[in-house]
Design a protein around this ligand. Structure first.
Ligand SMILES: Cc1cc2nc3c(=O)[nH]c(=O)nc-3n(C[C@H](O)[C@H](O)[C@H](O)COP(=O)(O)O)c2cc1C
Ligand code: SF4
Ligand code: SF4
Length: 260
């Protein structure tokens, strides 16, 4: 069973493509996360868990969810991470979490995908040409990764150095706590009150009042709200006035065109 969380579609694409190759079920964890639903997940095939990387780790809300989740049937688990290029300590943390659960961690794969963090002023967004190139590169990795999983082989990723763990473990929670406020989100006249942003927030951080979204204080900057608004009705301070939010769906044709 392939399980995934995806805010802006990169991970969803990879998860669905892997599931299709494995002829396995593919389950979006969003509703379960939002409802804190930990009812047992059963699979006779290995579990393949797909997640984006936030600040060098799997999103904290997702690792909390998975820690409490019960898995039955197969004891084998693979991870697939999508990132803008640096997965940090995501793999070692997943390994340690699932070993504590008594499961057989069979490694992880890293897919370098387009950046989606449009409200960050630390990194520029990629050009359409760079996005296209990344999606093509990721597509070339799908068959080998699926072949390894189908054959029960261990996935091999880059070695993670001890210093990366030393830096990330204390850095991540501090960054997330102080650098991820939702207070700068606001809607423009383009908002039509459809409520999609509220339905997509994994932390239930958006409520609709008078047909307009109102942001609370539990944000993890996943970009689901701003990235998926159908009318481009959300801005974040002045940062997004000159930047286009990202979602994979804008590049669906790139995922379907023939590869060289
Ligand atoms: C809050 C946040 C933090 C991120 N941190 C990292 C990071 O540490 N390293 C990295 O390479 N990419 C980082 N990214 C980029 C995403 O991991 C990447 O674009 C991912 O494929 C998005 O997946 P999704 O479209 O399935 O949501 C970050 C994105 C967000 C929104
Ligand atoms: S998704 Fe966009 S249009 Fe719909 S309620 Fe949210 S901000 Fe408004
Ligand atoms: S409010 Fe924050 S956590 Fe919720 S969808 Fe928007 S960016 Fe993601």
């Amino acid at each position: 069973m392939v399980l995934y969380f995806s805010a802006t579609g990169n991970t969803e694409y990879i998860a669905q493509e892997i599931a299709r190759r494995l002829e396995d079920d593919c389950l979006n964890l969003l509703d379960r996360v939002r409802q804190n639903d930990h009812s047992e997940l059963h699979s006779d095939k290995p579990f393949v868990i797909c997640a984006p990387v936030y600040v060098c780790e799997m999103p904290r809300f997702l690792s909390k969810y998975l820690r409490e989740q019960q898995f039955s049937g197969s004891r084998d688990v693979y991870f697939i991470f999508t990132s803008g290029g640096y997965c940090g300590i995501s793999g070692p943390l997943a390994k340690s979490m699932f070993r504590k659960k008594g499961m057989n961690y069979l490694g992880h794969a890293e897919f370098k995908m387009p950046r989606n963090y449009v409200i960050s002023d630390s990194y520029p967004m990629l050009s359409p040409e760079e996005v296209t190139e990344r999606i093509h590169e990721a597509r070339r990795m799908l068959d080998p990764v699926a072949d390894d999983i189908r054959a029960g082989r261990r996935l091999k990723a880059r070695h993670v150095y001890f210093f990366e763990k030393v830096i990330t473990v204390p850095f991540n929670p501090i960054w997330c706590r102080y650098k991820m406020p939702a207070r700068d989100f606001y809607t423009t006249e383009a908002c039509v009150g459809c409520g999609k942003c509220a339905r997509l927030c994994p932390l239930n951080n958006i409520t609709m009042k008078d047909k307009k979204p109102v942001w609370g204080d539990r944000c993890t900057h996943c970009m689901a709200c701003i990235g998926n608004c159908p009318t481009r009705g959300i801005e974040y301070g002045t940062i997004t006035l000159s930047k286009q939010p990202y979602r994979f769906g804008q590049y669906r044709r790139v995922a379907e065109e023939p590869l060289d």
